[in-house]
Design a protein around this ligand. Structure first.
Ligand code: ADP
Ligand code: MG
Length: 418
């Protein structure tokens, strides 16, 4: 990799402003925000341990959710500080702001090896606006900049890009953290020249995002297996009925183009041969956000190419699981982004979990490199208890996708060259 990494730095006694991706899923339990999945925090431990060992004064910055420039208490990073302290078995200081006097004073008190986590940078609109003055305020506690937040590297925000530019302009170094380095290796170098067969599994809900990445992967993959809600946009493009499935009708033309490209390039392009479908029923109740609560009732397997009018596809069916698993087990490189169904509901998780098992089998039995991208996919693989048995799990959702599309990520571009 041509970028400077945290290993190249001399950091003893210097303030290392480190951007991490602690945008972890949280849930309210008994009036408190609780972290559901701490994968993203754990993934930063190697970088933090290295910085601690080398005597850096570590200042961590991150965002959580979309508070849109307001102090939204449910999006405070305080629980992440407690979680990090647990994982590192050492105290982690927390300041309820990310700029200003309080931050500077606390940073001044840090000793080599100490850690301070700042409050959500998105409490300020200037963060996403990549406001220069705001970046300069952040940079007041930065001698060196480290970016380990691959998951936020696709956005040119003040804490991912602006502050790096300020530090660099002062002659300071800007380096990739160890996680960032690994992300670039597995999502970049390894997929550039993959061991073949190279099988890509794509699913999830963000149809429009992923249809773009398909285009590039059609030039690299030997087979692409489609699941999740995305499958129904393709089915629509093929002229089938999709019932009440989640679809993006305005993406039908793009789907058609992808199908045509797969044919020309002789890429095996698999769509579900059967689905688990369920009937959405409005309960008449509203959830906490005031949205109607829809219950998925009467789950059943649909073996027809057309879906029933009253039901939507919620998971891939058993025949599809079998066909996809066989394709995965033959692979030498597997890339997986997006669950195969609404796996959050145990009734619709089997397709996703079965594919997770196939990916693990390919890894353990066929020596395949298995790479998982996407926040929900990682959550699903962890939920299946298989997180440790794949080669690499990316911490970047949107960032992984943009990187896989071949785009230059601003947060990566801003780092110093070796
Ligand atoms: P990732 O975070 O791994 O990139 P996405 O965010 O694109 O994945 O999609 C994950 C979401 O897709 C999950 O919340 C899941 O419930 C949803 N999903 C998967 N299949 C379907 C489907 N058939 N219908 C509706 N939602 C689906
Ligand atoms: Mg997601």
């Amino acid at each position: 990799m041509a970028k400077l990494t945290v290993r190249d730095l001399t950091v003893r006694g210097t303030r290392v402003f480190t951007r991490v991706d602690y945008n972890v899923p949280m849930e309210e339990k008994d009036g408190q925000m609780v972290i559901n999945d701490d994968t993203r925090i754990r993934e930063t431990l190697p970088t933090l341990e290295l910085l601690i060992e080398n005597g850096a004064k570590i200042i961590l910055a991150a965002h959580l959710g979309r508070p849109k420039g307001k102090r939204e208490p449910s999006m405070s990073l305080r629980p992440a500080a407690a979680k990090l302290a647990d994982l590192l078995c050492r105290p982690v200081a927390f300041v309820d702001d990310c700029i200003g006097e309080k931050v500077e004073k606390t940073a001044d008190l840090l000793k080599p090896g100490d850690i301070l986590l700042l409050e959500n940078v998105r409490y300020y609109n200037e963060e996403e606006a990549n406001d220069r003055a705001f970046a300069e305020k952040l940079a007041k506690v930065a001698d060196v900049y480290v970016n380990d937040a691959f998951g936020a590297a696709h956005r040119a925000h003040a804490s991912t890009e602006g502050v790096a530019r300020v530090v660099a302009a002062r002659g300071g170094q800007c380096a990739a953290g160890l996680l960032m380095e690994r992300e670039l290796k597995f999502l970049g170098d390894e997929l550039e020249n993959p061991d073949r067969p190279f099988v890509v599994i794509l699913g999830g809900a963000k149809v429009s995002d992923k249809i773009n990445v398909i285009d590039r992967l059609l030039e690299k993959a030997d087979a692409i297996l489609i699941g999740g809600a995305m499958a129904y946009t393709f089915k629509l493009a093929q002229g089938f009925k999709v019932g009440k499935s989640l679809v993006e009708a305005d993406k039908v033309e793009v789907a058609k183009a992808a199908l045509a490209k797969a044919k020309t390039r002789e890429v095996e392009f698999l769509l579900p041969a059967d689905d688990v479908v369920a009937t959405p029923v409005d309960t008449g109740k509203l959830n906490k956000k005031g949205k109607p609560v829809i219950e998925m009732q009467n789950p059943r397997v649909n073996r027809e190419a057309n879906l029933p009018d009253d039901a939507g596809g919620v998971d891939i069916g058993p025949a599809t699981v079998k066909a996809y698993s066989e394709a995965v087990c033959r692979a030498k490189t597997v890339l997986w982004n997006g669950p195969m169904g609404i796996f959050e509901d145990a009734r619709f998780a089997e397709g996703t979990f079965a594919i997770a098992r196939a990916v693990v089998d390919a890894t353990q039995q066929n020596g395949a490199k298995s790479i998982i991208g996407g926040g929900d996919s990682v959550k699903a693989v962890n939920q299946a208890g298989l997180g440790r048995q794949v080669t690499f799990m990316s911490t970047g959702g949107g960032a992984s996708l943009e990187f896989l599309e071949g785009k230059e990520l601003p947060g990566v571009a801003a780092l110093s060259e070796k």
